[in-house]
Design a protein around this ligand. Structure first.
Ligand SMILES: [Zn+2]
Length: 555
């Protein structure tokens, strides 16, 4: 007797094979038969031509904090995700000494747009080391499977304290970081993550700790993966980090390297393709480099109280540590504004905001006539930066803007998604909760890029969301419809699948707001054979079925 049979589905195997009509039988959390299923089953679902694929592997999330108070990792399972990789960009919450908790939370508040009140109310601090953190996650359980990176910035803070955001490490400190990373790998971390991106600033506007690492530190730490014999290195790179250096790290460590965040910039349209081609060339030389791209346009809601959009600019630095009236005075300064204007006008290799004022809209203002209009329109011949700042200052910085920043050129994004060196990634689920929400990236890939634009086949998209990341991360027996594999399953209607519009809900600890998005055309999600999402959304389950993944393939 099977536990579950899903009959008469269009099967997408997650490995890119052409779709086949058939069924899948599940017993004890595993796929036990595929094709024409004859045996009896406790539960049978007639899919009637819906598509069935492995559950989505979201390889770029920041659920490290949220997962400690929300084992559902909301909203990801409802959006087809059955495995989430946490701890990207080096921003983890372990290891952490009790005395550094406030510092780590302030960093997350700044760099990932998480509310400090939410973090203070929400995080369960029942750990100090990475192994203890992983044990806690295992004890708590989760609705989906989790794989966790060991994060550079946390390791650096643990070893160097406040100096982590100020200087290069000494050889002794590097060797202490090395021990911590090896300990994390031994305990079951999926790899090592870091960031060299100037967009990544922590508490008080200081750079995130990993940005202070020199090449020697990076070489030593990535080298740990070679010693561990497994693991992935991921980094979100600043413009100054060159692909040839990353290729050296891949060669010396013999491990896969994921290069993020490759987003298309309409004002410098070739830059991202130069990176992808360089990554592809390195791959042709036998290095395992992939470029992390996004299938979603990057747009952000923001107010000038927390203007993530501008915080990576060199000329914004004088404003970064300021609060209240001092901050407002800075925004008024002519010299400050001139420097901003000058920098935004300069071409850049990678920058979130590139002076496209026609793509910055007013969403909420006391001046209702300004809503839904772009800053370029409102400027009417005045300078747009002055227009935006003056409007915000006149409304005590409460004005809500939405900026369409990157990835807005669909022809270019289509080429990036099909590039042989690319990995579909960058949902950033769990972070930037008030700015944007791309946790539904998989539904967007299937609805927009497959059905609406026809840029990818259903089989190719399914591979990019499942089999490709599972193989890259060494996630065993998942990411494919295969006999013996874990029954992580996603049933959807290919004629309707999509992500709904984002909407604001107030359900974070303390009643704080976040943006979320509803699924369209999702009929069911199973994690290790347990149904966690039904026809009408997430289900009550007796026991959380997700597993903390700690054993990875030596690939
Ligand atoms: Zn990230």
């Amino acid at each position: 007797m099977f536990d579950l049979v899903i009959r008469d589905a269009i099967l997408l195997d997650g490995l890119g094979a052409p779709p086949k009509r058939g069924g899948v039988a599940v017993k004890d959390g595993r796929i036990v038969e595929i094709g024409r299923i004859l045996g009896a089953s406790k539960v049978t679902i007639d899919a009637d031509g819906l598509a069935l694929m492995p559950g989505i592997v979201d390889n770029h999330t920041h659920y490290d904090a949220q997962i400690t108070w929300d084992p559902w990792a909301s909203p990801s399972p409802g959006l087809g995700v059955t495995t989430a990789v946490i701890g990207n960009c080096g921003f983890t919450i372990a290891p952490c000494r009790p005395a550094d908790r406030e510092l780590v939370m302030k960093n997350l508040t700044q760099v990932e747009g998480m509310s400090l009140d939410v973090l203070r109310a929400g995080i369960r601090w029942e750990f100090e080391s990475v192994p203890q953190y992983l044990d806690m996650l295992e004890r708590m359980g989760s609705a989906l499977n989790l794989a966790a990176f060991a994060g550079h910035s946390s390791i650096r803070t643990y070893v160097m304290g406040d100096a982590a955001t100020e200087r290069a490490a000494t050889p002794t400190e590097i060797s202490q970081m090395r021990s911590l990373l090896l300990e994390a790998m031994q305990a079951g971390a999926v790899g090592f993550s870091t960031s060299t991106s100037p967009a990544h600033n922590g508490g008080g506007g200081k750079p995130m700790p990993s940005r202070l690492a020199d090449d020697a530190e990076l070489r030593t730490l990535v080298g740990c993966l070679r010693e561990a014999g497994r693991g992935v290195f991921m980094l979100t790179k600043g413009g100054h980090t060159r692909i040839p250096f990353l290729e050296e790290l891949a060669r010396d460590s013999t491990r896969p390297v994921i290069v993020a965040a490759l987003l298309h910039n309409s004002t410098n349209p070739d830059s991202v393709f130069n990176d992808l081609d360089a990554i592809g060339d390195a791959a042709a030389r036998g290095r395992r480099l992939v470029g992390a791209v996004s299938c979603c346009p990057l747009s952000m809601d923001f107010t000038l109280q927390s203007p993530y959009v501008f915080e990576g600019l060199e000329s914004w630095r004088p404003a970064l540590p300021l609060k209240g009236d001092a901050f407002k005075s800075k925004l008024k300064e002519r010299q400050f504004r001139d420097a901003l204007r000058e920098e935004i006008a300069r071409p850049a290799h990678f920058r979130l905001f590139n002076g496209e004022w026609d793509k910055v809209q007013v969403i909420e203002s006391k001046n209702k006539a300004a809503e839904q209009r772009s800053v370029a329109e409102l400027a009417q011949g005045r300078d747009p930066l002055d227009t935006m700042l003056d409007l915000a200052l006149a409304e005590d910085l409460d004005t809500v803007f939405c900026a369409l920043l990157l990835n807005s050129d669909e022809a270019a994004v289509g080429r990036m998604l099909k590039h042989p060196a690319s990995l579909v990634s960058l949902s950033d689920a769990g972070a930037h909760l008030t700015f944007f929400n791309d946790a539904g990236f998989g539904l967007h890939l299937l609805g927009h890029w497959v059905r609406k634009r026809g840029e990818l086949t259903l089989a190719d998209a399914a591979w990019r969301l499942t089999g490709q990341p599972a193989a890259l991360f060494g996630i065993r027996s998942r990411g494919a419809l295969k006999v013996g594999y874990h029954a992580d399953l996603f049933l959807f209607d290919p004629a309707r699948v999509n992500r709904g519009p984002r909407r604001r809900v107030f359900d974070l600890p303390g009643g704080h707001p976040r943006l979320t998005t509803d699924p369209v055309g999702v009929h069911g999600v199973w994690v290790n054979g347990t149904r966690v999402v039904g026809e009408k959304g997430p289900l009550q389950v007796d026991a959380l079925p997700g597993q903390l993944l700690r054993q990875f393939a030596v690939n």
